[in-house]
Design a protein around this ligand. Structure first.
Ligand code: ADP
Ligand code: MG
Length: 265
């Protein structure tokens, strides 16, 4: 596929393994992301979701295998080149530091800043747009350390959106959000995918959020890719039970037909 191909693969993970000292956290994973899709990444705690996102974002070096973006090995990208194709919303933790919300979101523009690092009009516009999309514009001058976990989560999303990349990786982005912001984050992602042909890889715990929002689903179990496919192919009781050691049943939403996964009681 040429990089110009609108529906081709933008990111390819080939036979990827990754380890922390003695722990093999990813074991021979092969998976592709297609342009303009949302791929839901699921799996039990410790199955390797965060590790995969860390390898893709260049924080962690693979033990074996490789990752290609637009047919080029990610190791051949310079950090600013990589920052222009791929943005990451990390798993939330408590963020300290003296930066304001606005300064943090502006950091998403680092790879574009010109000589002397002064932000251009476009950098400021993208920053304002990203804060507005994630409803943190009213917090612009507040210190990051002095806002709530859910607000911090939205600031991290704003920073990634300001980065203006074709690929977005999100690690459990809805964890600290209340219902309203969970819904608005997922619908924002869906509309960006549609409008900008954005490609999204999103690790989520809530299988029902995956069923309702992902175009395809990848299931990791103990560092291996257990299965990948359309939600109705992967979110089946047999696979969920195998992966999560929990009995579940599936019901279909009466209006939308989307499947709902319920623990069997
Ligand atoms: P998930 O995000 O699916 O919960 P992780 O990718 O965080 O899983 O973890 C995969 C495996 O790697 C787990 O066994 C976990 O204990 C281990 N692991 C994760 N981070 C580290 C680390 N910094 N040092 C050592 N082991 C780690
Ligand atoms: Mg994780």
């Amino acid at each position: 596929m040429s990089p110009g191909n609108l529906n081709g693969e933008i990111l390819e993970i080939r036979s990827l393994s990754a380890a922390y000292e003695n722990v093999l956290a990813l074991n021979n994973v092969t998976l592709s992301l297609r342009r303009g899709e949302i791929l839901g990444l699921i799996g039990p705690n410790g199955s390797g979701k965060t590790t995969l996102i860390r390898v893709l974002s260049g924080i962690l070096k693979p033990k074996e295998g490789k990752v290609l973006i637009n047919n080029l090995d990610i190791t051949s990208y310079s950090p600013p080149q990589r920052a222009r194709v791929l943005a990451v919303v990390p798993q939330a933790r408590h963020l300290g530091g003296a930066f304001s919300v606005e300064q943090t979101v502006l950091l998403g523009r680092t790879a574009y800043l010109g000589f002397l690092g002064r932000p251009s009009k476009k950098d400021l516009e993208k920053t304002a747009w990203a804060m507005e999309q994630t409803s943190v514009d009213h917090l612009a001058k507040r210190k990051l350390a002095e806002i709530s976990g859910g607000e911090q989560q939205r600031v991290l999303l704003a920073r990634a959106l300001a980065q203006d990349t074709p690929v977005l990786l999100l690690d459990e982005p809805t964890n600290h959000l209340d219902l309203r912001y969970q819904v608005s984050l997922l619908s924002l992602l869906k509309s960006l995918v549609k409008q900008q042909n954005l490609t999204v890889l999103m690790a989520l715990h809530d299988l029902n959020q995956v069923a309702g929002n992902a175009d395809r689903v990848a299931l990791l179990v103990e560092g291996r890719l257990h299965s990948v496919g359309f939600p109705e192919e992967v979110l089946i009781p047999e696979f969920i039970q195998e992966a999560y050691q929990t009995q579940v049943e599936i019901i279909l939403h009466p209006r939308t037909g989307v499947q709902y996964i319920l623990p069997r009681t």
